[in-house]
Design a protein around this ligand. Sequence first.
Ligand code: GLC
Length: 607
Amino acid sequence: MRKLSPPSSSLYTGIMGNAWWKETTVYQVYPRSFQDTTGNGVGDLTGIISRLDYLQELGIETLWISPFYPSPQQDLGYDISDYCNVSSEYGSLEIFDRLLKGVHERGMKLVLDMVLNHTSNHHPWFLESESSRTSPKRDWYVWKDGKKPEGKAPPNNWRSMIGGSGWHYHRHTGQWYWASFLPFQPDLNYRNPEVKQEMFKVLRFWLDRGIDGFRLDIIGSVYEDPLFRDNPFTWKLLPDENNSGFLFRSHKRTQNHPDNFSFARELRSLVDEYSSPERLLIGETFGPPDVLRSYCGRNKPDGLHLVFLFKSMAIPFKAGPFRKLIEEFETTFHEPFIPTYVFSNHDRFRRFSVLGEDIRKAKLNTVLQLTLRGVPFIYYGEEIGMRQGRIPPKDTRDAVARYIGTVPPVKIRLINRLNNGAVQRDGCRTPMQWDASANAGFTVPAEEAWMPINDNSVWVNAAEQRDRGDSLYSCYKELLKIRADYVALRRGTLELLPEKELKKELLGYIRSTSEGENVLVLLNFSSRKRPLGRSLSGFLPPGGTQHLLFSTDDDRTSENLFEGPLVLHPYEGLIVSTAPQARTTHHQGQARSASGQYESSIAQLPQ
Ligand code: GLC
């Protein structure tokens, strides 16, 4: 077997040690849609506080909250007009402090979303910048003269990430400003040291308050080519997760410019001034994994701690493509780096819908995500299988969807591909389905939620799934508990089982610690039974006690599991272990009855 991630124990200082972020599990809350407590149909920070027990019980360790700063909400918070405050719609700084305290009291961490690349065009800095060519803040944004007589054509061929020119003409001052995303999100000019200094103050403002890190919005777009050269031609018609160039134009000069890698190192130095605990930086980046690695560091880990690797969202749900993906991530993000596994977020199609709303596939996907070597990101509602909402065009709130409404239909299909099928991002932002009541427990029954609630909330909701041992929620909860308890899953090495030793549509890997704990994970991506072709013991190192830890299948028992040839059930995810000491079986459907026994057996284990 090929060792993909050689151990480097010096980097791991123990389960409660300073590399907490390497072992954590992150849950993304979209504050607008999580829990309303004021009765205005919009979620708020007090609502998040009221659900912290739910998150703790689920087994979440780190919370990432999408932006809640003052904002005109044109891009629902990703257009900030005041970086050091809380929008009154969501609460106040005082409520934020209570939230932070509540998170820390539960032994969890809090990561904030930070949009460094651009501000809202309503931000006082931009208002000042656009007021005249001689404004002291003119150079805080990226302004250029246009081409053609009287500058009436954009300065160059750069397109925004959405499509269409990213340059916007400003009639009053006769120049163009650059916006990587939407026109109301002008890019800040980090080549001006004052801008950098001011934004570093913003980061310190929150770090001093005690937050545990930042998720950095489109961080690969902060620096563009300083010479403003055109983006080159490419043969690419359609974009993909490795390359966002499309319609025969690359993004070479506007995305992943090397100055962004140096910026990542500067950001790391800043957060490293804050220790105990170490603060985390997660970059939202786009491109091939080896390029994205540059954000974390080339020869040593001196950049961002983590970057999102969105490639996992785009590959077919099959053993072969996942094997290749894991190999690529393990090779590129080998120790001391670590990959991330993300399948949903507030910009993309909900994973449950991508998987055809098939609960067996969703459970298998969860086993994969929570047992690989990497930091998993769970998007609110993913744990109960919330579907992509079907939002009628009249209810569209998403600025991207509105913007492309002005683009000819032929281009829409292409842009749809660019954004992984989610050009209308409202569908993944519908309110959390807490219970079967009117408005799903998200807001008071009499109020209309800001976004239509999925009509399946009567039977798909957290309250119903919490009480049912075979639900998707219970699958997440049990796996998160196993992940928390098994050091091999939190920080062990990963070895893929050789492809030639496994039948088609099977994927397997072993996570191990140098102390002799081994966890074997087997996944059947087929809708049919698949024989393993040999006994389970044949895959596990000899010695220790072999044990069935988890199966997505209620019918799986440990009887004869290790002796005879094994047959995996359709879409079954199976986890077994050898440990220096016996542990108790923990598998779906029997979790309730087994949990007391499980806990007492875990309590005796040496940590
Ligand atoms: C990121 C965010 C997205 C936002 C965009 C502009 O991609 O995830 O929601 O619209 O940046 O800030």
